[in-house]
Design a protein around this ligand. Structure first.
Ligand SMILES: [Zn+2]
Length: 730
């Protein structure tokens, strides 16, 4: 009876998939694959995720700690027990540890910042005292400065435009900026460019404290003492070890002198809590901050400068520490030299229950289930490589050094890299190479959302529609912020980033409160979304590993890329209209007439006109590319010989590399991808078609035209590449 029910259930499930085929699989291999996926799903066990999190998040484990090394060794032993060939690859990286942190208000009143988060009841992990990493921003330079304070809102480009309108300069001052609004490293970078000599970053309660909900331990949000740690390395220039740009930080590598390392900040920078920020902001006077700048503190927000005067002194122990990457391999039966890679970091700022352990335990559960299937004879056709990266937090260092070390081999062998990081409850977020969108969408349609029992794809679409988008499932474009960056943006490897979230808000990110008790209460209590992540990433991995044809789709890729170009053209038009309107208002003296005469607002001057830019080379090339892709997608891959399939797959593996240029982006040659890059002034935030887009945003018209030519050539090469693939198969 039980067997009959199983068979019935199985056929229902298979029918439920309602697919005679899945992307990349012949009809005869489709059933086999769906059976395998079902066995895989059944093996996933939430209890493992829970237990492993308790083990790996028991103590702080930033790079270089004993507990971090212990975790790496334990991860290795786990993979070995599941049948993986596992090694630890270690690099020697520069990692600053804070030895002196002083922040004091020296006038007109006195206050000495506490710079310490307090332990809370019910969470013993927060009471580990000296074992907790002091709050600081890694790769701030050493410094000892004293100056008047200026409040700069989030400290992003548009805030400085506002300051200029108000006639306020930060030259020779210390700025205080709110967290959020951009990646944190942009704040000291921009402040230094504007002439500031120090930078303080604080968490405003409106953003992730009592303005959002109850604070820890009552609720998930940031209490008044919580401080977000984090790297301020200039990652948009290059991530990874600051002393070995573009090559591996091996023991004997030639290293830059620290004073020449371009990605260490130019001015000292320190993060603080809102308890410590309040006396500083209260002591500011002068212009009242614009309404949109005001936060959730019970004060009138002033910009200054002064009369508040602060003293900031920071000293670091700059030493080389070992970063241990765990690399676990399960050899493929048919195509051992084609690798499907999966990665998540293992280092944390403190305990890191959410960031990164919640993602790491999902990755490990996938690997365990796949390992079990392999032991029973169901081995993947392609080789699987699972990675647990070290030193992600200080600047994607473990993964970057590894990719730089193995770049040639990876460009030959890797089919795709699938990344995860911290995970939570809610909606599937998937970003990456748009050639993978069709396949990811298909998989998301087959994974059940644990709370609603619809597919994670349908739930995502529902949320998108409620928030005003259309009813499609799209990959977002990758900027930066996790370990996919070296793969896609440096090596040109097809990549994805996956995670669930949206219903797990909190203020624990990079604080001493990102602990197991916090995670269990506020994130994913039953690890149901941990299992959903293991399921989603596992199915994608298994499809890439076993597909007859590597499941890339270029027509979706083409429409996405065309949209990016349309976006840039529209934005350029908007810039033109705004400049014309602005200049008209100058002619009419409108700004002066509309301003409050008692406030000394600086009247702006006329702006340079936006020239017409010739986008036609790109537009024409995209039309040609569309024809080529249409021809390519007519190929009936099921009729191809084994030899032709092999050749086609070899070509598909390297397709993403055709979208890179060896010279890289202007002023940052490490970033080679021509479609996706983190913004030079947004940090994590992506800039698509970055060469062209950023030149226009920076009003560098000569460079814009040059970049259009470079991108046109990239599309031309890509066109030839796909055309040749099509020709060879005919
Ligand atoms: Zn992380």
């Amino acid at each position: 009876m039980k067997q009959l029910i199983t068979i019935l259930f199985l056929s229902l499930v298979l029918n439920g998939y309602s697919q005679n085929s899945i992307i990349g699989f012949s009809s005869e291999n489709t059933d086999k694959q769906l059976q395998l996926e079902k066995s895989f799903e059944e093996k996933l066990n939430a209890t493992n995720l829970d237990e492993w999190m308790q083990k790996m998040a028991a103590e702080p484990h930033w790079v270089g700690t004993e507990f971090g090394e212990k975790n790496a060794k334990w991860i290795k032993s786990q993979f070995e027990s599941w049948g993986y060939d596992t090694k630890i690859e270690t690099y020697q990286i520069l990692f600053p540890y804070p030895t002196e942190r002083v922040l004091e208000l020296t006038g007109p009143t006195q206050y000495k910042a506490k710079l310490t988060a307090v332990p809370v009841e019910g969470d013993p992990f927060t009471a580990q005292g000296d074992a907790l990493l002091p709050s600081y921003n890694a790769f701030s330079t050493d410094g000892d400065v004293e100056a008047e304070l200026v409040f700069v809102n989030y400290g992003i480009p548009k805030d400085y435009e506002e300051l200029e309108k108000l006639g306020i300069s930060v030259k020779g001052k210390i700025v205080i900026a709110k967290y959020q609004g951009s990646w944190r490293g942009i704040k000291p970078k921009l402040a230094a460019e504007k002439g500031a000599i120090g930078c303080i970053i604080y968490s405003d309660p409106e953003d992730d404290g009592y303005g959002q909900g109850d604070v820890y331990p009552k609720g998930a949000y940031k209490n008044k003492t919580g401080v977000q740690r984090g790297s301020v390395m200039d990652m948009p220039t290059y991530p990874g070890d600051v002393l070995t740009p573009g090559y591996a930080a091996t023991k004997d590598a030639k290293r830059l002198d620290r004073k020449d390392a371009p990605t260490i900040t130019k001015i000292p920078v320190l993060p603080i809590s809102y308890e410590d920020a309040l006396p500083l902001l209260s002591a500011l006077d002068g212009t009242v901050a614009p309404e949109s700048w005001r936060g959730g503190l019970p004060i009138t927000y002033h910009i200054g400068p002064g009369p508040a005067k602060v003293h900031l002194k920071l000293t670091f122990d700059w030493k080389l520490v070992p970063a241990h990457n765990v690399i676990a391999t399960l050899k493929g039966t048919e195509f051992p030299d084609q690798w499907v890679m999966r990665g998540n970091h293992h280092d944390a700022w403190v305990h890191g229950a959410n960031d990164p352990i919640s993602g790491l335990v999902a990755l490990m559960e996938e690997a365990r289930a796949i390992g079990e299937l392999a032991k029973k004879g169901q081995k993947p056709k392609r080789t699987l490589v699972f990675c647990a990266w070290d030193a992600e937090e200080p600047g994607l260092i473990g993964s970057t050094e590894w990719v730089e070390d193995h770049k040639k081999e990876l460009q030959e062998k890797v089919v795709a890299y699938i990344n995860t990081d911290g995970n939570g409850r809610g909606f599937l977020g998937a970003g990456g190479s748009h050639s993978l969108q069709a396949m990811v969408s298909e998989v998301a349609g087959n994974v059940v959302d644990p709370q609603t029992n619809v597919s994670v794809k349908d739930r995502r679409i529902a949320a998108n529609m409620v928030n005003g988008s259309d009813d499609s499932f799209n990959l977002y474009a990758l900027g930066s912020g996790s370990d996919y960056t070296p793969f896609i943006q440096h090596a040109g490897i097809t990549a994805l980033n996956l995670g669930f979230g949206g219903e797990n808000g909190g203020g624990e990110y990079h604080t001493i409160y990102d602990t197991y008790p916090h995670y269990k209460r506020f994130k994913d209590p039953e690890f149901a979304y941990g299992v959903a992540l293991a399921n989603t990433a596992g199915l994608i991995t298994l499809r890439l590993a076993n597909a007859d044809v590597i499941p890339l789709n270029f027509s979706q890729w083409h429409s996405t890329i065309s949209n990016y170009l349309t976006e840039i053209i529209d934005e350029t038009e908007n810039m033109r209209k705004e400049v014309l309107k602005h200049n008209k208002m100058i002619s009419l003296n409108s700004y002066a007439l509309a301003a409050d005469p008692t406030k000394k607002i600086k009247t702006p001057t006329k702006k340079e006109l936006i020239p017409y830019i010739d986008f036609s080379p790109l537009q024409n090339e995209l039309v040609i590319l569309n024809e080529t892709i249409t021809e390519y997608e007519k190929i009936n891959t099921s009729s191809l010989s084994k030899k032709s399939l092999k050749e086609l797959n070899k070509r598909l593996m390297k397709a993403e590399q055709m979208l890179t240029s060896e010279k890289g982006l202007p002023r940052r040659p490490w970033f080679k991808h021509q479609i996706y890059a983190p913004g030079f002034y947004t940090g994590y935030g992506v800039k698509t078609l970055p060469g062209v887009r950023e030149a226009i945003e920076q009003k560098n018209w000569v460079e814009a035209q040059e970049q259009i030519e470079i991108l046109t050539n990239t599309f031309k090469n890509f066109n030839t590449y796909i055309k040749d693939a099509t020709k060879n198969l005919k």
